[in-house]
Design a binder for this molecule. Structure first.
Ligand SMILES: *Cc1c(COP(=O)(O)O)cnc(C)c1O
Length: 376
C-alpha cells in the first residue's frame, strides 16, 4: 500500500484496464463456464443490498426475509415444502454443510462417504477438511453412478451417500431414484448435488429424471443460484428436508443479533439472496422454462454440428453440457483455446467439454462449429 491515496481518475483508469483483460460472457466465446452473465435485475438487486450482512441478520431483516423466501421457493420447486436452508458462497460450501451435518449426526469413528467417481472435486476438499474417507463407486457405461457398486461399498462406517444431478464434467444425472432406495434400505444419509441441475431439470419440457425431495431418502440438495439461477457470484444454495439437520450445524454467536449461525461463512452478503430472489421472481416457472428450452435447443445444434463434423460425443447430452472427442482431443482443445474459443479439456474422460449456459446463443455455436471444422 502506498502512503498517499491516488486520484479517483487514476483508480478508475487502472480498474478499467484490469477489467478489459477479463473475458465477457456476451461475446459468446466462453464455453467452459457454469456461471453466466447475471440477469439485469439480479445486478440491480445485488447493488441495492450490497451493504447488508446476513451474518448479523437482526440488523438486516429485509435481507433475511428475502433469503427465507428464496429457500421456500426452491423448496417448493424441489418438492420439499418443509425444507430449510441457506444461501451460501457456492456449491462447495453447500456440499460441505451437507456432509458436516451428516457426519455430526452419526458420531461414527473413521467415517466414510460413498461418492460416485464422477462427483465434483469439491468433495475432495470436503473429505480433507472433515477427515472423512472418500470411497469411490464405479460408473456405468454412460458415466452414471452404478447403484450396485454404491451398495457394495456401504459399511458400518458409511455416514452418507452422494449423487449428482448434472455432473460438472459431462452433465449426466445419476440414477437418483435407485440410489434413494438403497439409502433408504440401509438407513444412510443421502445428499444430492444439483448445483447445476437443480435449476435446470425442473424446467425440462418432458421426461425429467427424478432427483429431488420427492424421493423419500433425499435428505439435502445443493442448488446454486450463481449457475442456472443467473445470479451474480457468490450464490450457492443448500436445502435440508427439514429443520432437524440444522441442529448439527448450529453455532452460538457470542455478540451478534442472531443467536445462532448455521453457515460456515460468518459475514455474508445479503446481496446474494436479494439477487437470487430477483431472478426467481422476475422469471417465474414460465421464464425458467424458456431459458432451459433455449439452452436445450442450442445444445442440440452444437452436438449435431459436432457429430456432423465427424467427431464423436462422449455421451448423449442430458442437460446443457456437450462432451466430445477427436483423434487428438487435447491438441484440438489447446488450438481452439489459443484462437480464443474457450472450451475445457477433461483429461479424466479425454474429452472437450462445452457448457451451453444462457449467454451462449445459437449464433455463437454456429461460429464455433465453423472454427472447429477449420481446425480438423
Ligand atoms: C459448480 C459445482 C459445484 C461447486 O460449486 P462452486 O460454486 O464452484 O463452489 C459442486 N458440484 C457441482 C455438480 C457443480 O457443478
Amino acid at each position: 500500500m502506498q502512503l498517499k491515496g491516488r486520484s479517483r481518475k487514476q483508480i478508475l483508469e487502472e480498474l478499467e484496464r484490469a477489467n478489459a483483460k477479463n473475458q465477457r460472457y456476451e461475446e459468446g466465446k466462453i464455453f467452459c463456464s457454469m456461471c453466466t452473465k447475471p440477469h439485469k435485475l439480479a445486478i440491480k438487486a445485488y447493488n441495492m443490498f450490497l451493504c447488508s450482512n446476513l451474518g448479523d441478520s437482526g440488523l438486516f431483516e429485509g435481507s433475511a426475509q428475502l433469503e427465507t423466501d428464496v429457500i421456500n421457493q426452491l423448496a417448493t420447486l424441489l418438492h420439499g415444502p418443509g425444507a430449510v436452508g441457506a444461501i451460501v458462497s457456492g456449491g462447495t460450501e453447500a456440499n460441505l454443510m451437507a456432509l458436516l451435518a451428516a457426519r455430526n449426526k452419526t458420531n461414527i469413528a473413521e467415517p466414510e462417504v460413498i461418492l460416485p467417481s464422477s462427483v465434483h472435486f469439491s468433495f475432495v476438499k470436503i473429505c480433507n477438511l472433515l477427515k472423512v474417507k472418500p470411497v469411490y463407486a464405479e460408473l456405468d457405461s454412460n458415466f452414471r453412478a452404478d447403484p450396485s457398486s454404491v451398495e457394495k461399498h456401504i459399511s458400518k462406517r458409511t455416514i452418507a451417500l452422494v449423487a449428482t444431478a448434472g455432473t460438472a464434467e459431462l452433465g449426466v444425472v445419476d440414477p437418483i431414484d435407485k440410489l434413494s432406495e438403497i439409502a433408504q434400505k440401509h438407513a444412510v444419509y443421502f445428499h444430492v448435488d444439483a448445483a447445476l441441475g437443480g435449476l435446470f431439470i425442473p424446467f425440462l419440457p418432458s421426461t425429467k429424471p427424478q432427483f429431488d425431495f420427492s424421493l423419500p431418502a433425499v435428505a439435502s440438495i445443493t442448488v446454486d443460484p450463481h449457475k442456472m439461477g443467473m445470479a451474480p457470484i457468490p450464490a450457492g444454495g443448500i436445502l435440508f428436508r427439514g429443520p432437524q439437520m440444522l441442529e448439527y450445524l448450529k453455532t452460538e454467536t457470542p455478540y451478534l443479533t442472531n443467536r445462532y449461525q448455521y453457515t460456515l461463512v460468518g459475514t455474508r452478503t445479503g446481496a446474494s439472496a436479494a439477487s437470487a430472489w430477483a431472478v426467481l421472481n422476475a422469471l417465474g416457472i414460465e421464464g425458467f422454462r424458456k431459458v432451459v428450452k433455449s439452452c436445450i435447443r442450442t445444445t442440440k445444434v452444437l452436438s449435431q454440428g459436432i457429430t456432423d463434423a465427424g467427431l464423436s460425443l462422449a455421451v448423449e447430452p442430458t442437460l446443457n453440457i456437450v462432451a466430445f472427442r477427436s483423434t487428438a482431443t487435447k491438441k484440438l482443445a489447446e488450438r481452439l483455446w489459443s484462437q480464443g474459443w474457450y472450451v475445457s479439456y477433461v483429461p479424466r474422460y479425454d474429452c472437450i467439454r462445452m457448457v451451453v449456459m444462457p449467454h451462449v446463443k445459437q449464433c455463437h455455436v454456429i461460429a464455433f462449429l465453423r472454427k472447429l471444422r477449420e481446425n480438423l
